[in-house]
Design a protein around this ligand. Structure first.
Ligand code: PGD
Ligand code: PGD
Ligand code: 6MO
Length: 825
């Protein structure tokens, strides 16, 4: 395909004419649309409809074309309370209603007055005008700057659905039209672990099925949640969550066995387990030291499993001199760990003895690796689990996904639905790592890229060069919420001459864009999706609940329209409309069923019923991670170079990185509580919110249940509050030398002294938009976080490496404006 970008004759085509021509192509579709499906594409005016979301499957009640009520699907025993916000998000004042263009951009063209992004007003334009501007800009980018001018690495939590996968659709449009762009790899969730784990375990670990809950319930003597809050974070799924993790947690609770939480916060999960829960609150970012103190005790007291280390691991002998201090003069013993973690040495020794006595499951969340040197944390957790020797046995070892999308929920043997492809080359076994694009960067290095075009960077053994990008098209993500060091980012953002944002709500990112396109929510279009990220227990018809509001269009239609303007409409749609695509995905499920000599209902019957369930199998219920490897490490080797668990990695050694040595190592992070370079007295935890998915649903009524004085809550220990004259309910200013935000104080002993917490995802609401260092009125905690890579190995984000301070706010209280409808829109 040639790399031609042209605003050819189709650019003058009206939207209606485009839809007509798309419809005529549909007649040629490979899968003939059924009679039912043709009618099904429309939303019912009255009645109940099944659909799905990141928060769960649900029934929606519709009256006279308006969505009036929502209730969890009856087969989901643990629906999320956030479903209420899902309904509200559709009617929120933050909805983007029409295509809009920033005034200076519209009047003066690309690159104009970029410093007024965020303060400039917007002008309503027609769809044709907006899409013409974009296609012209694609063309100019290619002609002026070449194939790496457009950044389309667009990251974010979009919505589930196999067709309206807006990020795949964006890249599909660019790929099929031969428009060059820069892609991204990895994600913000597990940036460090998903790169280090393949070196250590030969696989990603973080998005893989865990030893099934029934096995844990029966065999685990001590369940340890190390920096994990499963009651909160299991509410959501990347697909439609089955919430099976809650059944596991409840069943474990029913056994009365102990559950240990290692977390600076006494979380909702600890509260859930009541008296069974024990809480140890180390200083944040000190976990590696604690793990080493435990490992040292195991070794010192002969409690480690040498036979396991000999048979299943490689390189313990290279790590041991470091652990004992033989190689550097510092034994990593319990006293050493106590100094760093603030947990006394006897407690650390006691943990070693308890872990070794019986079957211990070390279940870790991911905050530990969204920290500077984050790669080391899970590597050391695995090393500790190796010393305990229970990996591959029922209920023992470690797990990196019990807190996420219900890892450990027993699996069914149902089909796996395919989805729309981005037209690039997929990386085997890792659908989110596509090889499409003229260049690619590690996803969290976007600001580095803008600041350093043409400069080299390291990444997992490779040395690459940052491309020179001038335009971005962001869809399904909110970078002005998710990325670190907001002030630095706002400046770097000005390097883009054109910013296109396609969303359904006026996020801070949309407010800092040049061209804003209104997408539909999932609930204004049809799709299909899997139910249960790990259990794959069902397929859900994500039916259109209501007709699109205002001038919103589906992501598929918008990108199909752009592809058409770029001369690649047919290649984009392959002649299929929404329902034809859904039928094609379903056809694959039928084929998979046939291959297993079973049958599933026709598409029409499935659509009518709204879901299709698959029974959980015995194999799913009894699944033990690494049982095969344990049984026979020669016949079932791991995917590492040695086929064994690599406590020492020769591949990493060859990379020669000063910030990622070849075995787990304590290295000082950029900053840590009471650390050598600590400029501020408090650590700021930036955990994931109870009543939001990142920034999603922040613009809804759910906010009423958690804000304090209309701002994002800030947990603070009574000792720290008293020292600063802060009372419960006060508006506070949280700050460091990178940025500042207001928040509302909650004074509580559920947080360790020296640590405060403001959850990630609060909408960025600058009091003086466009002004460097402006105060955020609402509570975007990424005002304070540093923007640096975890290390040269993974280049993940460090959203949890934050020091700062807090004071009572006494000035004139600025209004929170970010949830209002912007002017003219
Ligand atoms: P969301 O709020 O989910 O956050 O960052 P992410 O950008 O994913 O944003 C999704 C956006 O997509 C929303 O604006 C939503 O309206 C839009 N959207 C949803 N569905 C659709 C659709 O169908 N079409 C279109 N066009 N738009 C859609 C999350 C990221 O934040 C993640 S995953 C993590 S793990 C990180 N966590 C932290 C952290 O722990 N601490 C800090 N300090 N920072 C973090 N940032 C990261
Ligand atoms: P966090 O809330 O960041 O969640 O899952 P992840 O496990 O990363 O952190 C979990 C716990 O770690 C918190 O209780 C926090 O106090 C603790 N913690 C923080 N720093 C440290 C530390 O240094 N040491 C120790 N021991 N503990 C620490 C995130 C996952 O959640 C992801 S990536 C996504 S994309 C989803 N996001 C959401 C969401 O936004 N909202 C909800 N309700 N659920 C989610 N689930 C997913
Ligand atoms: Mo994440």
């Amino acid at each position: 395909m040639t790399r031609t970008v042209s605003s050819n004759s189709t650019t003058s085509m009206t939207r209606r004419r485009f839809l007509e021509s798309a419809a005529s192509i549909t007649a040629l579709a490979a899968v003939a649309p059924s009679i039912l499906a043709a009618g099904a594409a429309r939303a019912a005016t009255n009645g109940e409809v099944i659909s799905g979301s990141h928060w769960g499957a649900f029934h929606a009640t519709v009256k006279d074309g308006r969505w009036t009520d929502i209730r969890g699907w009856e087969k989901d025993a643990h629906p999320s309370h956030q479903l209420e916000g899902v309904l509200d998000s559709v009617y929120s004042p933050t909805r983007i209603k029409y295509p809009m263009v920033r005034r200076s951009y519209l009047e003066n063209g690309p690159g104009s007055n970029v410093e007024t992004r965020g303060s400039d007003d917007f002008v309503r334009v027609s769809w044709d005008e907006a899409l013409d501007l974009i296609t012209a800009e694609f063309k100019r980018m290619g002609e002026t700057y070449g194939p790496t001018a457009i950044y389309a690495g667009s990251y974010g939590w979009k919505s589930p659905g196999k067709l309206h996968n807006c990020q795949s659709l964006l890249r599909r449009m660019l790929n099929v039209s031969g428009t060059g762009y820069v892609n991204s790899s990895g994600d913000y969730s597990t940036g460090a672990s998903q790169i280090i784990m393949p070196h250590v375990m030969g696989t990603l670990e973080v998005y893989e099925q865990q030893t099934a809950w029934p096995v844990v319930v029966e065999n685990t003597d001590l369940l340890v949640f190390w920096g994990a809050n499963p009651i909160i974070t299991n509410q959501i799924g990347w697909v439609i969550p089955d919430h099976g993790g809650y059944e596991g947690l409840q069943a474990f609770k029913d056994t009365g066995k102990p559950v240990l939480f290692i977390d600076p916060v006494r979380t909702e999960s600890a509260d859930f387990f009541g008296d069974q829960a024990e809480w140890i609150a180390p200083k944040p970012q000190s976990d590696l030291a604690m793990m080493m103190g435990i490992a040292h005790t195991l070794y010192e007291e002969g409690l480690h499993d040498q036979a396991f280390l000999d048979e299943y691991t490689s390189g313990f002998d290279r790590f041991l001199p470091y652990l004992t201090g033989e190689s550097d003069g510092t034994p990593k013993n319990a006293e050493w760990a106590a100094e760093i973690s603030g947990i006394d040495a006897e407690t650390i020794r006691g943990l070693a003895r308890r872990f070794a006595d019986g079957t211990t499951m070390l279940a870790s969340g991911w905050s530990l690796q969204r920290q500077h040197m984050g790669e080391q944390r899970h590597w050391m957790l695995v090393t500790l689990a190796c010393m305990l020797g229970k990996i591959g046995l029922p209920g023992g070892g470690f797990g990196l996904s019990y807190h996420y999308s219900s890892g450990g929920s027993p699996s069914a043997d149902g089909p796996v639905l395919p989805g729309i492809t981005d037209g690039g080359k997929a990386v085997e076994g890792a659908a989110w790592l596509t090889e499409s694009g003229a260049a690619s960067i590690p996803v969290a290095r976007v600001v580095d890229m803008l600041e350093n075009p043409g400069k080299p960077f390291d990444f997992n053994g490779k040395n690459e060069t940052y491309p020179d990008t001038r335009m971005t098209y962001w869809v399904g993500g909110n970078p002005l919420a998710h990325h670190q060091d907001r002030n630095r980012m706002i400046k770097a953002w000005r390097k883009f001459e054109t910013v296109v944002v396609q969303d359904f709500q006026w996020t801070a990112t949309a407010r800092h864009a040049d061209i804003v396109l209104p997408a539909t929510t999932s609930y204004e279009r049809n799709d299909v999706e899997q139910y249960g990220d790990y259990s794959l227990k069902a397929i859900i018809a994500m039916k259109k609940v209501i007709e699109p509001m205002y001038e919103a269009r589906s992501d598929f239609d918008i990108f199909a329209d752009l592809a058409e303007r770029l001369g690649a409409g047919d290649a984009f749609t392959e002649g299929k409309d929404e329902m034809a695509w859904l039928q094609e995905f379903y056809k694959s499920a039928e084929d998979q069923a046939k291959a297993k000599s079973s049958e599933i209902p026709s598409f029409d019957d499935f659509w009518e019923q709204g879901y299709l369930e698959f029974p959980v199998t015995d194999a799913g219920r009894n699944f033990v991670r690494y049982a095969d490897f344990r049984e026979d490490p020669l016949l079932e080797p791991l995917g590492t170079p040695t086929g064994l668990i690599e406590i020492f990695s020769r591949n990493i050694e060859k990379m020669g990185y000063d910030d990622c040595p070849p075995h787990p190592t304590w290295i000082e992070p950029l900053e840590r509580l009471d650390g050598p370079d600590a400029k501020y007295p408090l650590h700021v935890a930036t955990s994931h919110p109870q009543s939001r998915l990142h920034s999603q649903l922040c613009g809804t009524i759910l906010r009423e249940n958690y804000t304090v004085a209309g701002r994002e809550p800030c947990l603070i220990n009574p000792a720290d509050a008293e020292a600063r004259g802060i009372a419960d309910g006060d508006v506070v200013r949280v700050f460091n030398d990178r940025g500042q935000t207001l928040a509302g104080a909650i004074v509580t002993d559920a947080i360790r002294p020296g640590v405060i917490r403001v959850n990630e995802g609060g909408w960025y609401d600058p009091v003086e938009p466009g002004v460097d260092g402006s105060l955020c009125a609402y509570g975007d905690i990424n005002m304070l976080s540093p923007d640096l890579g975890t290390s040269k190995l993974a280049q993940g984000n460090c959203g949890h490496t934050v020091l700062g301070d807090v004071e009572k706010f006494t000035g004139d209280l600025p209004e929170v404006k970010v949830f209002d409808t912007p002017a003219n829109s």
